[in-house]
Design a protein around this ligand. Structure first.
Ligand SMILES: [Fe+2]
Ligand SMILES: [Fe+2]
Length: 325
């Protein structure tokens, strides 16, 4: 079977019929499917139903302004990142600034030449496809991470809960922006490497043998190796790789200690342990929150875990308990 690949699609919203025709004449032979609209409302409806790869948008339309169309697209999470090029005739600086602050991708002054239009369209469509692929790849990994949790009924939902705890601890400790986003993703994928651990070990009710333990202890390295080819995962790698280290160097896989362990890693470690302690496991029932914090504080005393992270987690859990009561 030969899979037909649909050509990249470009929606043109332009009330001037001559310009619509010109764009079609330029883009269709170059391999694009062009869907022309003379007014904004039906175009917006079509974009919502089936987002194209690119929108070429006129500034003045009979039913709405190009700005309003752009703002509507940016307000919708499904089209927030869709490339939108504004076709500008006489646009003044104020109008350009308004479009820029609304998140326009690019401007194309009218009249335009094929030499100018085609390379830009090509670049923007390619960018959009990369973004789609990247988003797709992330969704695949996320599904995979959830599948690993779900393999063992005792760990179902574990990664998601660890990510939520870690994110709230990070917020309390004042971590912001990209660092916090990376931390959240790292937490979601921290146990990805468990994918290679056989069920017989992962779900074993009793005590593990030395050999079984060493198989389990490979999971941070395996997870790191699986994610490392992905550029966008680079910042999450230390979390995945080091989430079983201890501040005194007695953890694994590398036995790094103290300042070598970043705060984001310390937070995920503590969130991970807390969730493991407070959930049922194949080898024991869930412990109470009190007991879990006794164990965590005990570990802080032994020099294993970060005190600030444990204290912040305590605050997070108390807030939740208050909210639930
Ligand atoms: Fe782990
Ligand atoms: Fe874990």
């Amino acid at each position: 079977m030969v899979l037909e690949v649909a050509p990249p699609s470009v929606i043109v919203i332009e009330d001037d019929a001559a310009i619509r025709r010109l764009l079609e004449r330029l883009l269709v032979p170059a391999g694009y499917a062009v869907i022309p609209f003379g007014t904004a409302a039906p175009a917006l409806e079509r974009i919502r139903e089936d987002p194209p790869d690119l929108v070429l948008l006129d500034l003045q339309l009979p039913d709405m302004s190009g700005h309003e169309v752009l703002e509507a697209l940016r307000a919708d999470p499904a089209t927030r990142l869709l490339p939108v090029v504004m076709l500008t005739g006489m646009a003044n600086t104020a109008e350009k600034m308004r479009a820029q602050s609304a998140g326009v991708t690019d401007f194309m002054p009218k009249p335009f030449s094929p030499e100018e239009l085609l390379p830009r369209v090509r670049a923007l469509v390619m960018l959009k496809q990369f973004a789609d692929e990247h988003e797709h790849a992330e969704r695949v990994i996320l599904t995979l991470a959830k599948t690993i949790d779900a393999r063992d009924p005792y760990t179902a939902g574990h990664s998601g809960r660890v990510a939520d705890y870690a994110d709230q601890v990070a917020e309390r400790l004042g971590l912001e922006g990209q660092i916090r986003m990376d931390l959240r993703r790292g937490a979601l994928f921290h146990d990805l490497g468990k994918i290679v651990i056989p069920d017989s070990i992962l779900r074993k009710p009793g005590k593990l043998t030395e050999e079984e333990r060493s198989v389990i202890e490979e999971h941070p390295v395996v997870g790191h190796d699986l994610l490392s080819p992905m550029k966008t995962m680079r910042q999450t790698l230390p979390i995945v790789y080091h989430h079983h280290e201890r501040l005194d160097g007695s953890g694994y896989p590398d036995g790094i200690y103290g300042p070598a362990i970043p705060m984001a890693v310390r937070i995920v470690t503590v969130a991970d342990i807390f969730d493991a302690l407070t959930s049922d496991r194949s080898y024991r029932e869930a412990l109470s929150v009190e007991t879990a914090f006794e164990i965590l504080r005990d570990g802080v005393g032994k020099g294993w875990w970060d005190k600030d992270a444990v204290d912040a987690l305590r605050g997070v859990v108390e807030d939740r308990q208050r909210a639930a009561s």
